[in-house]
Design a protein around this ligand. Structure first.
Ligand code: KIV
Length: 270
């Protein structure tokens, strides 16, 4: 079976089956049709139209300036290029502050082509998660380092390092699963905590800077290709190892996630 046929119409069921089999899946951000095509044909199962576009495309120093119009535009582009990956779109900063706003904005992203929306937060997004899930909109909850809260956190720091914070993340992850979240994304947490959360939940957990034990891994496209101005510890440039340019780099990323060669010890927080 070619890598292209392997990524045909990835659904939530596909991700759950991968988890049940004890295997791994690869996720990547995408913002346009061209890269969505290359990534999905390389075997990436989940494409995220992330609000990281505010930093890597627009040059902002945070994700806060990203608007719903930005997200809808890039979602439409990615949908046109996609070859069967599951498409997730971020609800940007302050776009889920009220029930009405949440439903309207999530619906706009789904109409633009998303199969799932992602929102940042812990227990405080419990009701929002339930609201969306009950209306048929799958939710990916994003915990750990939540970049939309960078000003409250005080910087892009690893989260869950002390026992109280780690326990809170585990407990709130369960709350969000019970509220109907279909997937959890954990960003920048110690690998031991990510393993504990992954083993404690029924839903697939996707990690970034969270070690090798989550069911899925996600990276920002520009980091995988080594064109981001900053390179955090958990980032790996796959282009340097590719004999076949960008398609080869993305195939190597997928292969390394599945074989668990990535993330390696040097990419983990302990
Ligand atoms: O917006 C984004 O790119 C993200 C990352 C965690 C992948 O949310």
């Amino acid at each position: 079976m070619s890598s292209q046929s392997q990524v045909r119409n990835v659904t939530l069921t596909t991700l759950h089956k991968i988890k049940e089999r004890g295997e791994k899946f690869a996720c990547l951000t995408a913002y346009d049709a061209c890269f969505a095509g290359i990534a999905s044909e390389a075997g990436v199962e989940v494409l995220l139209v992330g609000d990281s576009l505010g930093m890597v495309l627009q040059g902002h120093d945070s994700t806060l300036p990203v608007t719903m119009d930005d997200m809808v535009y890039h979602m439409q582009c990615v949908k046109r290029g996609n070859r069967g990956a599951l498409l997730v779109a971020d609800l940007p900063f302050m776009s889920y502050a009220s029930e009405t706003q949440t439903l309207e904005n999530a619906a706009a992203l789904m109409r633009a082509g998303a199969h799932m929306v992602k929102l940042e937060g812990g227990a405080w997004i419990e009701n929002t998660t339930r609201l969306l899930a009950e209306r048929g909109i799958p939710v990916c909850a994003h915990m750990g380092l939540t970049p939309q809260s960078v000003n409250r956190i005080g910087g892009f720091f690893v989260q869950g390092r002390d026992t109280a914070q780690a326990q809170a993340i585990l407990q709130e992850a369960k709350v969000l699963q019970d509220a109907g979240a279909s997937v959890l994304l954990l960003e920048c947490v110690p690998r031991e905590l990510a393993k504990l959360v992954t083993d404690s939940l029924d839903i697939p957990v996707i990690g970034i800077g969270a070690g090798p034990d989550t069911t899925g891994q996600i990276m920002v496209l520009h980091d995988v290709l080594g064109v981001s101005p900053i390179t955090p510890k958990f980032v790996k440039n796959f282009l340097t190892e590719s004999a076949d340019g960008i398609p080869g780099a993305l195939r190597k990323y997928v292969a390394d996630v599945k074989s668990q060669a990535f993330p390696a010890e040097e990419h983990c927080f302990n």
